[in-house]
Ligand binder design. Structure first.
Ligand SMILES: Cc1ncc(C[n+]2csc(CCOP(=O)(O)OP(=O)(O)O)c2C)c(N)n1
Ligand SMILES: [Mg+2]
Length: 335
């Protein structure tokens, strides 16, 4: 597992502060979402990113959302915030309100922002992996400079769509970085029980795609690994693959009591909490006092509170919106 030796790198203080802000914003937003779900303000599915903050934040810091694109699966709140989406429209989306980022029709699994090149939020396991290859093909054909980041879970890696897309990405030399966020569980199954390969970063090797594994609790290690791969891909337009070893603290979704793992395991990961790790790194460098940390956290809590207020105040979609944005193929089955 590669880790960035933080002492030997020169990071701007503002850059590190930005990583801390984003991770705390995700943590507080997700806690608020869980609370609102409990109050039945949010319905349907809701998959939280708590514990995985360093993965999305480190990776998003390595790209430019003006040129690059991001796809992910349904555990998408954290990456959307990491890519700069505003918390208010995201919370409104969870509430099913008109002011939501997908006009209240997508919900938790379908956050989307074309302006920031955030291509969702996809509910079908593995289905977006070929879509990312399609966007990368468009970038290559238009001679653009962008790179596509495609996140998916350990549960998606044995889907046919993963293998078909990686093969195409390799033969067509597409500028796409596949990122497996290995949080070690699918809905409730330890990935070791369902995977013949325990080092998932090796999964691209049969398509000639080099792989790396990185400690997903260390935001700087994630940033370094993704930055290096993105710049390589931008230069030579060949796909890459990274396995981020991470951990989700909460159940798979809101209805999961997570009885398939031990309290000791969860506690051990909480000891390596990504936010506390960055806090310790910054404190060690003498650039973060406790008071400054509390200020950043206070701002994150206020942003999460404001997001709820925004969602509460927003309107329900009109009934007529039910038939808007519904696509069907001309002349296709059923007209
Ligand atoms: C094709 C398909 N099969 C099954 C499901 C049901 N399902 C939803 S999440 C999930 C587990 C996926 O786990 P993983 O990819 O590791 O993502 P994580 O939830 O850990 O982020 C399954 C099987 C689905 N959504 N799509
Ligand atoms: Mg998983």
């Amino acid at each position: 597992m590669s880790t960035a030796p933080v002492e030997s790198k020169e990071y701007e203080v503002a850059f590190l502060g930005g990583l801390m802000e984003r991770m705390l914003l995700i943590r507080r937003f997700e806690e608020k979402a869980a609370h609102m779900y409990g109050l039945r303000k949010i319905g349907g599915f809701c998959h939280l990113y708590i514990g995985q903050e360093a993965s999305g934040v480190g990776a998003a810091a390595a790209i430019d959302t003006a040129t690059d694109y991001v796809y992910t699966a349904y555990r998408d709140h954290g990456l959307a915030l990491a890519c700069g989406m505003e918390p208010g429209p995201l919370m409104a989306e969870l509430f099913g309100k008109e002011a939501g980022c997908s006009r209240g029709k997508g919900g938790s699994m379908h956050f989307f922002d074309v302006k920031r090149h955030f291509m969702g939020g996809n509910g079908i396991v593995g289905a977006h992996i070929p879509l990312a290859a399609g966007t990368a093909l468009a970038i290559r054909n238009r001679h653009e400079k962008g790179v596509v980041l495609c996140f998916f879970g350990d549960g998606a890696i044995h889907q046919g769509s993963f293998h078909e897309a990686l093969n195409m990405a390799a033969i067509w030399k597409l500028p796409v970085l596949y990122i497996c966020e290995n949080n070690q569980y699918g809905m409730g199954t330890d990935f070791r029980r369902v995977s013949a390969v325990s080092e998932l970063f090796r999964m691209g090797a049969s398509y000639g795609i080099p792989g790396k594994q990185v400690d997903g609790m260390d935001v700087l290690a994630v940033y370094e690994a993704v930055h290096e791969e993105v710049e390589r891909i931008r230069g030579e337009s060949k796909p890459g693959f990274i396995e981020i070893r991470t951990y989700r603290y909460k159940g798979h979704s809101m209805s999961d009591p997570a009885k398939y793992r031990t309290k000791e395991e969860l506690d051990a990961y909480r000891q390596q909490d990504p936010i506390l790790l960055l806090k310790a790194q910054m404190t060690g460098m003498g650039i973060l006092a406790d008071e400054q940390y509390r200020e950043i956290d206070g701002r994150a809590k206020r942003l999460a509170d404001d997001a709820v207020a925004f969602a509460e105040a927003a309107s329900e979609p009109a009934v007529s919106a039910l038939t808007e944005d519904v696509l069907c193929a001309p002349g296709g089955a059923g007209g």
